[in-house]
Design a protein around this ligand. Structure first.
Ligand SMILES: C[S@@+](CC[C@H](N)C(=O)[O-])C[C@H]1O[C@@H](n2cnc3c(N)ncnc32)[C@H](O)[C@@H]1O
Length: 252
């Protein structure tokens, strides 16, 4: 693992930590657990588990939960935070599980990072037992909204942010991907998270900084944009909206 990769993971962990205890994020996670329809003896794989909170929460709900992630720093953090829980190295496209091993599959804010989401869903189909439930949660990066005094710059910055992901619009395709992979009873919900707390300023500033690094805006434009967001955060005027999709289905 290079120093750059470790820095990127550490930054992602800090952003996830800032968001995951927000009331809207807690509600969304609990909705995803409800949609897994856990029965006694349920076994769930949380794919792209990150620092593992969902694995621990699923365990608290009585499921035998396993977290899988390709990033060793994420897994080390998860193992340190949740010592009783089980975590394994693996990717959505190649899960460390035999066929029909689990009754539940969950992937939260993951498929936009996966180069081939159809391959990931074929793998989900393989590891789920007949009747097993799959739940996908994620944002559509092209539908993110940030209030700003510089709307054109905001559009450019958000577009640059979306373009830096392998699959920024995968969440709007969840339904079709699940149908194409052979799942039944596909249902989709939308939940928009609204973030106004100044604690989200670092995440917003990071969007602007990445657009500068990508060459989408100049350093001067990035500074003007970030200055406006800092002003807003100081005066309780930060406004970020993340439309999140939650898709669920059943393996026949
Ligand atoms: C935005 S984080 C979300 C983490 C966690 N699901 C959560 O909701 O807090 C995305 C996670 O997906 C993982 N990831 C990236 N590529 C992946 C892949 N191909 N298969 C599985 N997980 C992947 C990352 O290492 C990271 O932990």
């Amino acid at each position: 693992m290079t120093e750059d990769t470790m820095d990127a993971t550490a930054g992602l962990i800090a952003r996830l930590d800032a968001a995951e205890t927000e009331a809207a994020a807690v509600r969304l996670r609990h909705r995803s657990y409800d949609l897994l329809d856990l029965s006694p003896g349920a076994s769930v794989v949380d794919v792209g588990c990150g620092t593992g909170r969902a694995v621990a929460e699923l365990h608290q709900r009585g499921a035998a939960a396993l977290g899988v992630d390709p990033d060793e720093l994420m897994l080390a953090t998860a193992r340190r935070r949740w010592p009783g829980a089980e975590f394994r190295t693996g990717s959505a496209e190649s899960l460390p599980l035999p066929d029909q091993a689990v009754s539940g599959y969950r992937a939260d804010k993951v498929l936009h990072e996966v180069p081939d989401p159809a391959a990931a869903l074929a793998e989900a189909h393989r590891v789920l037992s007949p009747g097993g439930r799959i739940v996908l949660v994620g944002q559509d990066w092209d539908a993110l909204m940030i209030d700003s005094s510089h709307p054109d710059l905001t559009r450019t910055i958000l577009r640059s942010q979306a373009d830096s992901r392998p699959n920024p619009r995968v969440a709007r395709a969840y339904r079709n991907l699940l149908l194409d992979a052979g799942f039944h009873d596909v249902a989709v919900e939308a939940h928009t998270g609204i973030f106004t707390d100044p604690g989200f300023l670092p995440m917003v500033e990071a969007f602007g900084a990445r657009a500068v690094t990508a060459g989408s805006v100049t350093a001067e434009q990035g500074a003007v944009w970030a200055g406006d967001q800092r002003f807003r955060a100081r005066h309780d005027r930060l406004f970020v909206a993340f439309p999140m999709f939650v898709a669920s289905a059943r393996r026949p």
